[in-house]
Design a binder for this molecule. Structure first.
Ligand SMILES: [Zn+2]
Length: 164
């Protein structure tokens, strides 16, 4: 079976506008077909469509638009965990072939908020602990005063009975 290659029409160079294919025939005549979007060549001359022209099937780009930063969700309940996440985000941006910058920026912002919330929570816990220690000290002080009063009272009673 004979291979049929469709021939695009050929015009003089002067007639060719910028959005036409830049492919030129050996005689100096340029291809009159429209260049593909994002390319200087038309469907028939762009090497990117060669496989499609040969097979009749369009090549579908199956690579995902962006890779996830993490393979799965992680628990972010400590400053260490958030710090680890931010490190992974930085590595992802630095090494991923097509990093999702919007996602990385959002994670960076969320990480900063999480760290602030976690340090506030830690401050609250420390404040609560300080209040409990203060209450214990107050109780010990009251007890000591009470015991001192009792000691003074029994001393007074002993002195009183001796003097009789
Ligand atoms: Zn062309």
């Amino acid at each position: 079976m004979e291979e049929i290659t469709p021939e695009p029409p050929v015009y003089d160079v002067e007639e060719v506008a910028q959005n036409y294919c830049i492919w030129t025939r050996p005689g100096g005549q340029r291809c009159r077909a429209y260049a593909r979007h994002g390319s200087e060549l038309c469907y028939w001359h762009d090497p990117a469509t060669e496989a499609e022209r040969a097979t009749g099937f369009r090549q579908v780009d199956r690579t995902p638009k962006s890779q996830p930063v993490l393979p799965e969700a992680v628990t972010l309940d400590s400053a260490t965990a958030v710090h680890e996440l931010l490190q992974r985000v930085a590595n992802y941006v630095a090494t991923a072939e097509r990093p999702d910058i919007g996602r990385a920026q959002t994670l960076g912002t969320l990480g900063a908020h999480l760290l602030r919330a976690l340090s506030l929570r830690q401050l609250e816990a420390e404040l609560e602990s300080a209040r409990e220690q203060l209450a214990e000290l107050q109780w010990s002080y009251d007890l000591a005063q009470h015991q001192l009063k009792e000691a003074w009272a029994s001393r007074d009673a002993a002195l009183h009975s001796h003097s009789r």
